[in-house]
Design a protein around this ligand. Structure first.
Ligand code: AMP
Length: 603
């Protein structure tokens, strides 16, 4: 008998196979599963448990239960009452055995042959999670689904191109011979990536040799070069996360003369050293002197405008830019808006290496309001209600108080939750660490607003500053910087407990010359912007010291990026940590401080 997930996948494959109706068919498939999201979830869980019945981990908690004979609702309540909620650390010993090559049904019945490295930069270290064919299929499904909703609003020409800044990181074999790499790397190497391009008849400007070259600087040059070579055909511009786009266009500000020269002559700059990448690009390009001179004139003008409107000027047929601008990508939104001028910015979807979660079905929604409709066939989702201030909750962890987890069908509009996943890839009741807010429903499935990482807080003692609070404070400081014609390139923070009293340190890399008194004021304004009442009280009583603002040498955040890439992170998934205790990162930061300021906000 076909499993439910196979049935769901087959149904959507059948739909997707019909070229003419890809968009409407995947939309009607989703309308149907979202209509009955609660029961689809119960069946999804049943299916995960049927597929993985008898694996060591489940047997430990459930014993020898008979899945076939149990009613689906009974199975759901048995599962949620007996299997504990865990975090990645609880699974590490199991995953390590898989990494080391132990064969056998540890977490899944199907042997796991690939592992994804979650970027994990918010926690300062990377984690392994299983990657299977289901991960590749759901990646294709969600990308096709949200593209179908986008096409309704911004129709694109079939056969057009996408300027997609895609990068595979290095894949390597673990001690036990498993293939490890980022989820995007595995997906880009999979058949599903090819199928998606063929079925949607939209191809990336760059060939696979550029995407999988393994050197992000060389790949960026080629993406830009080919994007401009095909500029008239580019229908939209995309990358998984906004950071990558901002990096690419900032690089363009320095590279444009070389790129224009290559377009004029049909050559490839010597900085591209990888032989396969060189050959693949040279096979595509040919001299286009008229295009080159048009681009040169446009770039000269753009340079005088601080590259405002770079994207629509250079890609006149592009309908929109699609990338994730929420959560830790918020700091790059403003710069992207600057490059995009009035061109619509459409937020990407929501997912993690562990599982895809929800799709953005409303492409016109501004990134700050974007909501992701949960796809109930992808995983079994549970929601831990969390409260910033509430008595009588079942337990208290970090800055939040929490209640017992509830299923998707029980969530309430307006409530904040931490997400818990049970996946086809062998994660059972696994805390993802993300905080979301339910913001309405699409049929019967909740739409989620991404609120931030749960564990990302600055704290000296019992004060708690969340990622969101930190972002608001930094935004206020950066506004003053902008008034002085300078720009915040990137930031991070650290709770310094070594000096007494402990205090928050914010690290800024800035572009442009700014007078000391402006930065002093930025520091004061940020300190006064932290809203946590304990912080405010502690500052007044000096049990938390003045905010320290450290200005960094230019290029410091690129050094941090290089450090993570060197450790196997993917440029596509990189998220600069907005708060860090990681010693290597702190060493990079502290050795590049050029000026220090202390707030006098509570003097
Ligand atoms: P990774 O496993 O390295 O791909 O990182 C996954 C994490 O990225 C998620 O758990 C979220 O914290 C963050 N993330 C993914 N998609 C989004 C999104 N659309 N908006 C905000 N944050 C996101």
């Amino acid at each position: 008998m076909p499993s439910m997930e196979q049935e769901a996948t087959r149904t959507s494959n059948r739909h997707i196979n019909n070229d003419n109706n890809i968009d409407s068919d995947i939309i009607s498939w989703f309308e149907k599963v979202s209509e009955n999201a609660g029961s689809v979830q119960t069946e999804t869980l049943r299916h995960i448990l049927e597929l993985n019945h008898g694996v060591e981990y489940l047997q430990k908690w459930l014993g020898n239960f008979n899945v076939q004979e149990m009613d689906s609702c009974e199975l759901e309540s048995l599962f949620t009452s007996l299997v504990p909620i865990i975090s990645h650390a609880d699974l590490e010993s199991y995953i390590q055995r898989i990494v080391d090559g132990e064969i056998g049904p540890i977490l899944t019945q199907q042997p796991i042959t690939s592992l994804s490295l979650s970027s994990g930069t918010t926690e300062g270290r990377q984690k392994y999670v299983p990657f299977t064919q289901q991960t590749a299929e759901t990646t294709r499904q969600i990308l096709t689904l949200s593209a179908a909703y986008r096409s309704r609003v911004y129709p694109i020409r079939k056969g057009g191109r996408i300027l997609e800044f895609l990068y595979s990181s290095k894949q390597f074999k673990t001690k036990g011979g498993l293939l490890a790499g980022s989820i995007s790397t595995h997906y880009l190497a999979s058949e599903e990536f090819k199928i998606k391009q063929e079925k949607t008849k939209s191809f990336t400007c760059s060939p696979v040799e550029v995407i999988s070259g393994g050197d992000y600087k060389q790949a960026t040059y080629c993406h830009l070069l080919l994007g401009l070579f095909f500029s008239d055909q580019v229908e939209f511009i995309a990358s998984p996360f906004a950071y990558t786009l901002v990096q690419a266009f900032s690089a363009f500000e320095e590279l444009w003369k070389d790129i224009c020269h290559d377009i004029k002559e049909g050559t490839l700059n010597q900085r591209i050293e990888l032989p396969k990448m060189r050959k693949a690009v040279l096979d595509i390009i040919s001299p286009k002197p008229c295009l080159a001179s048009k681009l040169e004139t446009a770039c000269q003008k753009l340079q005088n405008l601080d590259w405002f409107g770079l994207i629509p000027k250079l890609w006149p047929n592009a309908k929109y830019v699609c990338t994730i601008m929420t959560g830790s990508m918020q700091p790059y939104f403003k710069k992207l808006k600057h490059y995009a001028k009035g061109l619509p910015l459409v937020n990407g979807d929501y997912g993690a290496s562990e599982s895809w979660i929800g799709a953005n079905l409303d492409p016109t929604s501004p990134p700050e309001n974007v909501k992701f409709a949960v796809i109930p066939t992808f995983s079994y989702f549970e929601f831990i209600p969390i409260y910033r201030e509430k008595e009588d909750c079942s337990s208290v962890i970090d800055d939040f108080k929490e209640d017992k987890p509830i299923p998707l069908s029980h969530v309430n509009d307006g409530q904040e939750y931490e997400l818990v996943l049970t996946t086809f890839t062998g994660l059972y009741r696994y805390r993802l660490g993300d905080v979301v807010e339910v913001a309405g429903f699409h049929n019967g499935t909740p739409k989620l607003k991404f609120k931030g990482r749960r564990n990302l807080v600055l704290t000296v003692h019992i004060d708690k500053t969340t990622e969101h609070d930190l972002q608001l404070a930094v935004d206020r400081g950066a506004q003053l910087l902008n008034k002085a014609q300078a720009e915040l390139v990137d930031f991070t923070s650290h709770a310094d407990l070594e000096k007494q009293p402990g205090h928050y340190t914010i690290y800024w890399e800035i572009k442009g010359e700014v007078e000391e008194k402006v930065i002093e004021e930025c520091c004061r304004v940020m300190d006064a912007s932290f809203v946590d009442p304990v912080y405010v009280f502690s500052r007044k009583t000096n049990s938390i010291g003045p905010l320290e603002l450290c200005i960094l040498e230019s290029g410091t955040f690129n050094k941090i990026l290089d450090h993570f890439i060197g450790n196997g992170a993917s440029f596509n998934q990189f998220k600069a940590p907005k708060c860090t205790n990681n010693h290597v990162i702190l060493n990079i930061l502290n050795s590049r401080i050029i000026r220090r300021f202390y707030s006098n906000a509570y003097a």
